[in-house]
Design a binder for this molecule. Sequence first.
Ligand SMILES: Nc1ncnc2c1ncn2[C@@H]1O[C@H](COP(=O)(O)OP(=O)(O)OP(=O)(O)O)[C@@H](O)[C@H]1O
Ligand SMILES: [Mg+2]
Length: 427
Amino acid sequence: MNAQTSRATRAGGTAELLHCASTALSFLVIRYHHMSDILLSDVFPTDAPVRPREMIGRREDVNAVAGALSDGVHTIIAGPRRIGKTSVCEAALARLRRRGVYVAAVDLFEQADAGELAASLVAAVLANRPALRRLLPGVRSATRTLATAASATVAVKARVELGDEVEMAFRPAIAERHPDRALHGALQLPQRIAHADGRRIVLFLDEFQEIASPRAPYGDPDVLTRRLRSVLQRSPDVSVLFAGSIEHIMRDLFAPSDRALSQFGSFHELAPITVTEWVEGLGARFAVLGLDADEALRRGIVALADAHPRSTMLVARGAAETARREGAATLQAHHVELGLIAALASDRLRHQQQLERIRDLRHGQRIAERIARGEPVYAGLAPKMAASAVAGLRERGIIEQGARRGSWRVVDPLFARYLARLGQPRL
Ligand SMILES: Nc1ncnc2c1ncn2[C@@H]1O[C@H](COP(=O)(O)OP(=O)(O)OP(=O)(O)O)[C@@H](O)[C@H]1O
Ligand SMILES: [Mg+2]
């Protein structure tokens, strides 16, 4: 192939990719009549998982996670906040569901105690049976033909077949009265339904590190993890997907040999979304808004946000917002610069809250600022004290190990900018 055809093929490939991406986003155009009506938060979501077909990159991750789970391998995704863990997990689940696998997802951030966790688990598991799903509070379908007597029959049949725990889905108060027993029963339900219906079931437990939180919301974490292990060892048709945001807590739960969940599943490390994927993905999004954005500017956005998933989306949104306000049809360099400022402004409250969380660590703020500015971390401080501040920052998910051994970096690049500018004269 000569250089020209290879360039043409590459250009064709890019055009095809852009076409795919904009087809994926075309529902936005269908939903709104005019491009100017399209909500920027729909094109550049930053506070919720991204829907599977809107994800930029991460195809390999979704393949790998879905593959492992359907092979019965429990899988753990541990990583810092806002890097796209839930998006990948939900995409893998959606794919498995399409293939006829049962799925049940529970976000531990939303479960205040063991009783609530039990009731949510049961509801999520039962929702796999359409007849039962229609009866569940909050997820009733439009066709409520099963009301009254017929629905009671379905519920009773399910109870006979699957056990008394089923009732928790309809009457969560029962779980509150006997939370421990309820949770034990709820954990056994996935295998029962999988066995009864001849399906594999995937259980997705998001924000799993919550079980080890100092509040111990679901009781003693050791007791719970031991119970989880013993139930799951007797659940051959259940695969569990664990996701959690405080990386080393997740690793501590699964790795050390004396913990109940040690060696229980296999860790899946999310691949970074590459610059090329970002550049193409952002191009498709700007195109949806009727904005022409040349490649160098899109690269500039990715560089400003360090390719961190949420930050990149936020800066891109800021740039689009600025261009839209000016009525521009082409993205320009100053839109990107102002986009970064808009992103920092919209995150200011979040950054202040994060700062509060590190201020209670002795020297926490000083060390975080040093790391953000790339200054020597330990200079002039007692090594022990500095090391404990570093450990505290890491525990809170603020910093992570850098590329070089012994180096650190602030996980969120926008927070890093905020920290770096603290105490410096404002321009
Ligand atoms: N594949 C992706 N394509 C585009 N944007 C993404 C992608 N993954 C993540 N993001 C961005 O990151 C944000 C957070 O994604 P998600 O909720 O999946 O992350 P998370 O790691 O589960 O976060 P948390 O720590 O809050 O649970 C999204 O709203 C979006 O802005
Ligand atoms: Mg998440």
